[in-house]
Design a protein. Structure first.
Length: 213
């Protein structure tokens, strides 16, 4: 079994800097199981790259959640976060646009947790953006349409986080947005954990392990 190279945060910033200097635009994916800290890692790395003078934008996959009304109508509300509850083809198409568009801004959606819904046109990737960090659960999935992503991304890094820490974060996040302790725990150990198993199964496909804790 191939041993994945490991990156600490300082090494990750250096790698991102090198990628951004070597091309018109670099796109790096950050993936990991739910609660691994992908969003925090992506934002932290972006801030550090911006401080080095690299125009950097974070584009989350979560902006491609299907609307809550759609999930409710299809009976998928309890499965939110599973691959079929995202517009995966839309996300892949956006990454492809970011890869090829050099003249105009590309606008990406974000996910608003207070609404539990995506919000379109929230994130601008300008023509001057040299580095895009995109983060989400299924960047390494071998299933379509996600399987097209590795060909569009310069690298994909896997955030490896201890399971208990992940679960604690998931429960705390659910509680912040109104879930009871029992509801938050059931979600973390139920659908969140099923999704985590899918993400972990693709860990070996990553270009590197990102050590953040």
């Amino acid at each position: 079994m191939t041993t994945l190279r490991e990156l600490n945060p300082d090494q990750a910033v250096r790698a991102l800097t090198n990628l951004a200097e070597g091309t018109d635009r670099a796109i790096v994916g950050i993936t990991g199981a739910p609660g691994a800290g992908k969003s925090t890692v992506a934002k932290t790395l972006a801030r550090r790259c911006i401080a080095r003078g690299i125009p950097t934008v974070v584009v989350p996959m979560d902006g491609f959640h299907l609307a809550q009304a759609v999930l409710d109508a299809r009976g998928w509300a309890g499965e939110k976060g599973a691959p079929h509850t995202f517009d995966g083809s839309g996300y892949v198409a956006l990454v492809e646009r970011i890869r090829r568009e050099r003249r105009w801004s590309v606008w990406a959606p974000t996910f608003e947790r207070t609404l539990e819904d995506p919000v379109a046109g929230s994130i601008e990737v300008t023509a001057q953006t040299r580095l895009v960090i995109t983060e989400g659960n299924y960047l390494l999935s071998p299933e379509e349409p996600w399987s097209d992503l590795p060909g569009l991304l310069d690298e994909v890094w896997y955030v490896d986080t201890p399971d208990q820490l992940r679960l604690d974060r998931l429960i705390a996040r659910r509680r912040r947005y109104g879930a009871s302790m029992q509801e938050a725990t059931d979600l973390a150990l139920g659908p969140d954990e099923r999704n985590a198993e899918l993400v972990r199964a693709a860990r070996c496909r990553a270009d590197a392990l990102l050590q953040v804790g």
